[in-house]
Ligand binder design. Sequence first.
Ligand code: IPM
Ligand code: MN
Length: 352
Amino acid sequence: MYKIAVIPGDGTGPEVVREAMKALEAAADVEGFDFESKYFDFGGDRYLETGKVMDAEDIEELRGFEAILLGAIGHPDVKPGILEQGILLNVRFALDQYINLRPVKLYAGVETPLKDKGPDDIDFVVVRENTEGLYAGTGGFLRKDTPFEVAVQESVNTRRGVERCLRFAYDYCRRRDRDRKLTLCGKTNVLTYAWDLWERAFNELAESYPDIETDYAHVDAICMWFVKNPEWFDVIVTDNMFGDIITDLGAMIQGGMGIAAGGNINPEGTSMFEPIGGSAPKYTGKNVINPLAAICAVQMMMDHLGEVDAAARIERAVMNACNNDLESLSAGKMGKSTTEVGDLVVKYIKEQ
Ligand code: IPM
Ligand code: MN
């Protein structure tokens, strides 16, 4: 019996989570496992009503679950940063979800903006460090609100934090067993402290993984190659900020935010899975948002929990929907409603 915490969140979050939970129920039915879910109303509406984002007790309660499914965070009436920091980053940090795992996979039938590239070319995974770097929140102001104001934002890279992320990436690359190639994405030519540490740790660990080919690329070059030669990549490991940026680019080449999912993983604790797109206020309540990314988040969650057959079944159902039924993956252009796409995936989950 898996205990799953569900945070539908803001905007279109509740709509996509509803479909994702339908897919989870169907997969549990067919594959014969049980789960119980508890819903939490963290998000913009609750904040506007109560002034509360999340407190320490909420975090403690979340620790008691095996996994968390998050819809979306971000509300047009709440100042940017409050909900992101108070909920998303708070959970990532407090539960020490030190890996952000973001697969970039183009499914057959899905349109990519890359000319002459297909599913064989676009299939890699980004392992993003998720608790340090520029996201650590250190720095500060000097002489604020004067003409001489100084703002310092520091990137924090600890040996332990870097090493555990790299180790996860090496292990993941081995388990994935595709090209067995791990690319470190950094900026050794300019950020000479942080990336010196990353590169040393990367090379030292390589000795324990003789079966993994190692490779290095600067982050700017990676952006170029994601577009020009995505087939070069198998697993990429990088820091928090670079990982944030390159995975949005990755999401676009795999067909957009309608399909891109990620996992905030603590291999020894509670992990959180989410569609990586935002709360899409413009589409909220219209039943037009694509729920596939949230369904893919459930797939990643089942994979993480060891229900690999259920995960594979969900993925095949998503692939069928992409290949046979959807006109586009963009909100409002799918040729189907959010609910219909969810129903379709459920149908494919059951009839395999
Ligand atoms: C993401 C998002 C978040 C991040 C924001 C909402 C804080 O962009 O999950 O990639 O920067 O990590
Ligand atoms: Mn992002």
